[in-house]
Design a protein around this ligand. Structure first.
Ligand code: URA
Length: 440
């Protein structure tokens, strides 16, 4: 079924000719309705993966995937915003950003994913909060946003269902790493939220899926092109993902680190990224005249407790008991799951931190239970790290630089990989900047 259609589409791609847009729309519809055999879809995916497709075709594919399920609709002001990150180590921005943006007057219907490879997932982190329910229907998302201003829900089959099947086939056919396919997959789900503005955090470096600036740039430009093609004001920020973000890494530990930032304390690295992404969205939606003023607005709601109050409201709206949510906001360590052991690892020499290898730390954490190797694996929420130093700080021989939270015994090999993640030199390096460049 649909063989002629798929033959025509593949012939166009192979001959570098434009696909007929109505054929492409019928193909995406057919995928969503499960009308085509898997091997035909696989053939089309391989064609796109090998030959690529144009910006217009990528936009049309994205639009088709968006329309394959529910698209949220909003009345009134054009103030619906969200961000997407391509995945990092210690990347807890969404947990802080959603309530902070809502406190600034934006509506944030955030869809998020689970951990992928070595990177953590927002949904796994939120599920370490007692009672927190990420399984919202589109109607429940809309109710939550109309009531409190934000929600964070797991991607599900009601939204962009064509992506669900395409992603599953890409995963087993080694066709995940195609820029048009990644673009359509990510942007279709965000566009289905009915957004006016989108910030894309495209991570770049050893612990990112895009290792080089050139690859990160290509993905950023493709996603910005497709999102703008769908009428969404969009900016991409390419950010460094060599060093872990902030001080806390791991599922429950990242909730703890987020609460600290929402209390107006916590890591300045984490807070800086939240302000940058939030400030950009406030500028894009016209709520702030400039990026700098947007950054100031985010900073103000982190300082005055309004973002923390909305975080509590979001937890309650999504199923957590109010008294538990309030205790989480004041004494997070009393509410969140913990590991059985905490081991302090010390520096082997004195000097300035040259780098902390986020990828090496993430791989060990994953082996200790903080991440998955297959989708059926269960996450242990208490596992992870609290970093006690960062790039360019001075450490002394024997000083504790990281606390490892673990249940399994730490093997000699794990310890030596953690030790090797810290590189020390005699002089500080050039000033560390998380933001590499902005693509508009
Ligand atoms: N995340 C997605 O949702 N889709 C991709 O293709 C890659 C990352």
């Amino acid at each position: 079924m649909g063989q002629d259609l798929i033959d025509r589409l593949c012939a166009s791609i192979e001959n570098n000719e434009a696909m007929v847009m109505s054929d492409l729309a019928r193909f995406v519809d057919g995928v969503a309705q499960r009308q085509f055999p898997v091997d035909s879809i696989e053939r089309w995916l391989r064609c796109v993966h090998t030959h690529g497709i144009s910006v217009d075709e990528t936009t049309a594919l994205t639009r088709g995937m968006m329309n394959s399920g529910a698209v949220l609709e909003w009345q009134g002001q054009a103030n619906v915003a969200d961000k997407h990150s391509t995945g990092g180590v210690g990347d807890k921005m969404s947990l802080i950003l959603a309530p902070a943006l809502a406190a600034c007057g934006l509506r944030v219907p955030m869809l998020a994913g689970r951990g992928l490879g070595h990177t953590g997932g927002t949904i796994d982190k939120l599920e370490s909060i007692p009672g927190f329910n990420c399984n919202l229907t589109p109607i429940q998302m809309q109710e939550a946003v109309e009531t409190i201003g934000c929600c964070i829900a797991a991607q599900n089959d009601a939204i962009a269902p064509a992506d669900g099947l395409l992603y599953a086939i890409r995963d087993v056919t080694d066709t995940v790493d195609s820029i048009p396919l990644i673009t359509a997959s990510i942007v279709s789900k965000k566009a289905a939220e009915g957004l006016n503005a989108l910030v894309l955090d495209v991570k770049c470096g050893k612990a990112a899926f895009m290792k080089t600036e050139q690859d990160a740039l290509a993905l950023a430009e493709s996603m910005v092109g497709a999102a703008k093609g769908l009428g969404i004001k969009t900016v991409a920020q390419i950010t460094d993902m060599n060093e872990p973000i902030g001080t806390h890494v791991g599922n429950a530990l990242e909730i703890l680190g987020s609460v600290l930032v929402l209390q107006g304390k916590g890591s300045s690295d984490t807070r800086g990224l939240v302000e940058l992404q939030g400030g950009q969205l406030l500028e894009l939606t016209g709520m702030a005249a400039t990026l700098e003023l947007g950054i100031e607005m985010i900073s103000a709601v982190l300082e005055n407790g309004e973002a923390l109050r909305l975080f509590i409201d979001m937890c309650v709206q999504q199923g957590t008991e109010r008294n538990v949510a309030e205790q989480l906001a004041s004494e997070p360590g009393q509410v969140l799951p913990k590991s059985k052991h905490v081991t302090s690892v010390t520096a082997q020499e004195s000097g300035y931190v040259q780098t902390i290898d986020a990828m090496a730390l993430a791989e060990v954490a994953r082996e200790l239970g903080a991440g998955r190797f297959s989708m059926s694996d269960t996450i242990n929420p208490g596992i992870g790290y609290v970093l006690q130093t960062s790039k360019n700080q001075h450490v002394s021989n024997g000083q504790s630089w990281i606390l490892v939270h673990h249940d399994l015994p730490l093997s000699f090999e794990h310890l030596s990989r953690i030790n090797d993640a810290l590189q020390i030199g005699t002089e500080p390096t050039a000033e560390f900047r998380r933001l590499i460049r902005i693509i508009t």
